[in-house]
Design a protein. Structure first.
Lengths: 489, 302
């Protein structure tokens, strides 16, 4: 026994030691990024010290920016813009002004939800990158939690006198604002629609361009594709918790708005906890995923489902996908993992119809919803002034014009040349008048998560639409408070 | 029990223990008290209750035990039942059963087969979680997974293991992952049994099953019990399946540890997360006390 125990104990000791060593060897959350500037500063200091001595102290400033972006992966264009334009130009301009500022990108490869989680934890402990890509609807809950500060408090008086404000329409300035204060600069707003593949439609004998006028027409098209091309998933509309906010915006809202209501009643300032529209919307999901299997429920349930939906569309296995214009310009665009080289020829879009003409949100025939993302400054930054300088530089006319060449889009500034992409122009023209937004309230994210669970419970077959709505209503009442809720019979 | 004086005086002993006690106080006792305190508040990481939180009494616990919804997906009861199935399936049946089987089959045997098998089983145990999880995701994938490629020889069906059989998949995964401990423990226990016992039984004409049932099993039963309690504790708290399934699909593999993580660090509800953690700690404490009681009983017996 004794001789047998010994190797085990030794093994345990080795394992324990190696974990301790590993733990100690980790100097910072971003080991690949962090040491670089300090090392460079340390090695260059002794050699340049004699010559640099007369110069006034230009202490090196190392800024960091982070976003959900990966070279050759998600939001690849942003990385390209950063590396080919933002970093070199900004550092050059700083140098010309006699300052030693470097800016580096921390690429984040996880989901939006994981990025938000990272931010919450970073900000709570006083860490994080100086400039952070941020989704507008996160702002209220972070501000209410005391984790974000208005730009002016971080960047100083330069913020107010920035030339850019006069070129950004007031509506777009509001995207990263809360209770009248501005926390960041938006990159732009977006709209949502049905993207479909012309090649599949032609094979199924459906004439293009195609525009359904009701849910029935949409479902009939899906049925026709299913019948003619059994290997193709006709219609994918987001559901489930794994996709996070993409389920709420591209899925739930797009269906629910078609019944004439939204998640929140902006006139009564109350959440709609239960209503016939909610049940109708859930029944739509049930038809698509459970009863007729017009969509692939597994994509909605798997951890990596959203990327699979992109890949399925790229590979011609999904005929219709409800997505935002980000899908068109970034996911399917050049250099992306899901690039479709002949995108302009085979990908078309259609407006999302209401359940019946005139029965949609505000009596509309078609519905859509908009959000907005952008960049905020980290209140924990040591270099508030420089961080603002960089944010302002990112949103300068020159920088955004350079971005237009990499990824055409309607930019926030009115003095940046408008996009040459006819699809985006047409989408903006057709959908902006129909659009609505999410309520900017701190409890929004929690209620949004409940909506995601509600769709998941129907799509997975766990509950009937009526049961799922009941569970949702109970949760919404608990989160928002019974006095902040409407129940429509 | 003999109470002979040790080498050190009482005070000398305390001095030597002090560093360990300080560490325990900082890293175990303090967080425990803190979590207990949090569980009576409505504190969150973001939102207004991050700054202006208040005491809510037992509301978090009442919410956990709200029986009108607690078996719904993503609720406490659901996670508890899944965890129980997972512990019984992967630890008590899987790891103990497989560990005992391998240890018995190779008892008092040498040779290349034993060496290879033991090495493989131990490797599965010591490779880091993330590497293992990645390998298993690749193994179980519907379209490109090795398992389906092998099965394809026999059946054209393409099974999406983590979607259609999520709980079964992580049970098999954890059995594979952790059998080494039980196997090593049992094989060293078996090695302590004097060979003469088995030889005598053989002379008496006992079958293999009889030898196992009447000689080996009774002699290592105390080891089996110890092993069961330890791996039950470990398995109850394991988080690795998160890397395979993320707790999904539709919360079907949401173990207690994943549930706690989601509430506290994904939904940022520290108060509710604290309440769950306290309940989990109570379960663990019960298991640990049972373990200590049995150990003491064994110590008395020998």
């Amino acid at each position: 026994m004794r001789t047998r125990i010994r190797p085990l104990a030794l093994l345990a000791l080795v394992l324990a030691l190696s974990t301790i060593v590993a733990a100690c060897a980790q100097p910072s959350p971003t080991p690949t990024q962090a040491p670089a500037p300090t090392k460079a500063a340390a090695t260059s200091a002794p050699t340049t010290a004699p010559t640099a001595a007369p110069q006034p102290t230009a202490a090196p400033v190392a800024l960091k920016m982070t976003c959900r972006c990966v070279e050759g992966g998600v939001n690849a264009n942003l990385v390209k813009w950063f590396k080919t334009y933002l970093k070199p130009e900004f550092e050059k301009q700083a140098k010309a002004a006699g300052k030693n500022i470097t800016v580096d990108l921390v690429e984040f490869g996880g989901s939006d939800e994981e990025l938000k989680q990272q931010y919450a934890l970073d900000l709570k402990v006083g860490k994080g990158a100086d400039v952070m890509a941020f989704d507008g609807f996160w702002v209220p809950e972070f501000v209410a939690g005391g984790m974000l500060k208005p730009l002016e408090e971080i960047g100083g008086p330069d913020v107010k006198s920035w030339e850019g404000w006069s070129h950004i329409p007031a509506g777009l300035q509001q995207l990263l604002s809360y209770q009248g204060k501005i926390y960041g600069i938006a990159s732009g707003t977006d709209t949502r629609a049905i993207f479909y593949r012309k090649d599949i439609f032609e094979k199924a004998g459906i004439p293009t361009p195609w525009q359904p006028k009701s849910w029935k027409e949409l479902l009939d098209t899906a049925r026709q594709i299913k019948q003619k091309l059994p290997d193709v998933t006709p219609l994918q509309i987001n559901a489930g918790t794994a996709m996070g906010e993409a389920t709420t915006m591209q899925g739930w809202d797009m269906v629910l708005l078609g019944t004439g209501i939204g998640m929140y009643d902006f006139d009564a300032n109350k959440w709609i906890a239960s209503a016939p529209g909610i049940e109708q919307a859930l029944n739509f999901y049930k038809t698509v995923y459970v009863d007729e299997k017009l969509g692939d429920a597994r994509i909605q349930l798997l951890k990596d489902g959203r990327n699979q939906s992109f890949a399925g569309f790229r590979d011609g296995k999904i005929a219709m996908l409800v997505e935002g214009d980000w899908f068109w310009r970034s996911v399917l665009g050049k250099g992306s993992e899901w690039e479709i080289p002949n995108r302009d020829q085979i990908v078309l879009w259609a407006k999302m119809p209401a359940i019946e003409p005139g029965k949609g949100y505000k009596g509309q025939d078609f519905v859509t919803i908009s959000g907005g993302t952008g960049f905020v400054l980290n209140p924990n930054t040591k270099y508030g002034k420089e961080a603002w300088q960089f944010l302002a530089f990112m949103n300068s006319k020159e920088a955004l014009t350079a971005y237009q060449d990499i990824e055409p889009r309607t930019r926030v500034r009115d003095d940046v040349p408008i996009t040459t992409d006819p699809v985006l122009t047409a989408m903006g023209k057709a959908l902006m008048p129909l659009t609505t937004v999410r309520p900017m309230l701190p409890e929004y994210t929690k209620i949004s998560e409940e909506a995601q669970r509600m769709t998941e419970r129907v799509v997975s077959g766990e509950m009937t639409p009526a049961q799922a709505m009941k569970a949702y209503a109970d949760a919404v009442k608990q989160i928002a408070g019974a006095d902040k809720v409407i129940e429509v019979k | 029990m003999d109470t002979a004086r040790g080498v050190l005086s009482r005070r000398g002993g305390l001095v030597f223990l002090a560093p360990a006690l300080i560490f325990i106080a900082i890293f175990i006792l303090f967080p425990f008290v803190w979590v207990f305190f949090l569980s009576f508040t409505n504190q969150t990481l973001t939102g207004a209750t991050a700054v202006q939180w208040k005491f809510v009494g037992l509301a978090n616990y009442r919410d956990l035990l709200d029986f009108s919804k607690w078996m719904h997906s993503g609720e406490f009861g659901n996670a508890l039942v899944i965890t129980l199935k997972y512990v019984v399936g992967s630890a008590l049946i899987g790891q103990v059963g497989l560990g005992l089987l391998i240890a018995t089959l190779f008892n008092r045997r040498k040779g290349i087969l034993r060496e290879v098998l033991f090495t493989v089983v131990i490797l599965a145990w010591i490779i880091p979680d993330v590497v293992i999880a990645f390998a298993w995701v690749a193994y179980l994938d519907r379209d490109f997974g090795t398992l389906n490629k092998i099965l394809h020889i026999f059946t054209p069906a393409q099974i999406d293991w983590l979607l259609e059989h999520p709980l079964e998949s992580i049970i098999v995964f954890n059995t594979w992952r952790g059998t080494a401990f039980s196997m090593l423990l049992f094989s060293s226990a078996l090695a302590t049994i004097p060979p003469s016992y088995l030889e005598t039984a053989e002379v008496a004409g006992a079958s293999a099953w009889q030898k196992f049932r009447d000689i080996l099993l009774p002699l290592i039963s105390s080891h089996i019990l110890t092993d069961m309690i330890m791996i039950t504790l470990w398995t109850f708290n394991t988080f690795t399946p998160f890397l395979l399934t993320g707790g999904g699909p539709a919360f079907k593999t949401e173990l207690m540890s994943i549930y706690t993580y989601r509430i506290a660090f994904k939904y940022f509800e520290f108060g509710r997360g604290g309440a769950i953690a306290v309940v989990v700690m109570l379960v663990n404490l019960t298991l640990a006390l049972g373990y200590l009681a049995i150990l003491r009983k064994q110590a008395v017996r020998t």
